[in-house]
Ligand binder design. Structure first.
Ligand code: NAG
Ligand code: NAG
Length: 339
């Protein structure tokens, strides 16, 4: 009897192992769309009611219980903002009352300028912090080629010249250093909050002051259901960006991060230092500045996390939990823009 039971249990474990192996290898080969669709069944966890009721936001009323199917707060008590968990009108009023200036930085280097910048700026005029004072900072090596879309009242566009880096990896590396310098200059003086974004995306829905906080991180659309051990952090312990297998909260996307000027100064200083240290050792982190950003947010937790709705990849396909995407990435055409 006992032997039979034992055999049955063993068989069960065996099948689970096979299922898990197949599942995880499928996940790793994330080009397979069917497997991508299955990952929504990996639970994200839920925000405990006790924590939910304690959370307050500086800009909006939070309704974190409005989305019970997704995780709406972090273990350190930061809200994770999903569609339906905030009141956009309250946020709008509050930001107006504080008379804020919000900066939006974007790098348009090489072929990224012609290919993406016009649509990025035009869609930002339509959706980004509408009704607030906004100053765009475009970093480029060709200021003359920057498009000048008509801007709403209280909105300005500034163009800053940067040097052309030879390899796109170096462009990504130079970004943190350039931002750090800009935050110490005019940008830091005129803006209260700043968002730093990639140019190869466009706004597709209202992106308002509900996204503001001391420091803001974006959950990566491709990885928000993945178990921690599989997240694509830098794992080489020699790198300044390294995270051990039991470290890391979420995988954050470097296509969007933001916060108050002082907080971003600390963030960009940390990432620049890490990148320099790696370079001296002849290393380059797996996902460049994104790896260093993830290390920073592991050490210094973001005050607010944006759900993947705020920076969504249409290549993943529709998902019930992604109700209202605010930014959409362009399909990656590396051969065209990096060549
Ligand atoms: C709001 O800020 C702008 C720019 O910083 C300034 O010119 C203006 O006087 C401020 N308005 C109020 C009511 O404080
Ligand atoms: C809200 O504002 C206070 C005072 O400026 C600040 O200390 C706190 O960190 C802010 N909270 C968030 C989530 O940014």
């Amino acid at each position: 009897m006992a032997v039979k039971e034992g055999l049955r249990a063993w068989k069960r474990i065996f099948w689970w192992l096979i299922l898990l192996t197949v599942g995880f290898s499928g996940l790793l080969l994330y080009g397979v769309p069917t497997v991508r669709h299955l990952e929504v069944f990996i639970p994200m966890g839920t925000c405990p009611l006790a924590r939910m009721s304690l959370l307050r936001d500086n800009f909006t009323d939070l309704h974190l219980w409005a989305r019970p199917e997704v995780l709406t707060c972090t273990s350190w008590g930061a809200p994770i903002i999903w569609d339906g968990t905030f009141d956009p009108d309250v946020a709008q009023q509050e930001a107006k009352q504080q008379n804020l200036t919000i900066g939006l930085t974007v790098f348009a280097v090489g072929r990224y300028l012609e290919k993406y910048l016009a649509r990025f700026l035009e869609s930002a005029e339509q959706y980004f912090m509408v009704g607030q004072r906004v100053v765009y900072y475009v970093f480029t090596e060709r200021p003359d080629a920057v498009p000048r879309p008509p801007l709403g009242p209280g909105r300005q566009l500034r163009v800053e010249r940067v040097l052309r880096e030879r390899r796109w990896q170096d462009v990504s590396m130079a970004r943190m250093r350039t931002l750090h310098a800009a935050l110490a200059g005019r940008l830091g003086r005129e803006a209260h909050f700043v968002f730093c974004m990639d140019v190869d995306q466009h706004f597709s829905g209202a992106f308002g002051p509900e996204t503001l906080a001391d420091s803001v991180a974006q959950m990566h659309a491709w990885h928000y259901h993945w178990p921690r051990r599989l997240l694509p952090y830098e794992r080489d312990a020699r790198s300044a960006a390294a995270l051990a297998p039991d470290e890391g909260d979420f995988y954050y996307h470097a296509a969007l991060f933001g916060g108050k000027v002082e907080a971003l100064r600390r963030l960009t200083a940390h990432c620049t230092r890490g990148q320099q240290q790696d370079r001296l050792r002849g290393l380059e982190a797996r996902w460049h500045d994104e790896s260093h950003l993830n290390k920073y947010f592991w050490l210094h937790k973001p005050a607010k996390v944006l759900s993947p709705e705020f920076c969504w990849s249409p290549e993943i396909g529709p998902r019930a939990e992604i109700r209202h995407p605010r930014l959409l990435w362009a399909p990656k055409e590396y051969a065209v823009v990096r060549g």
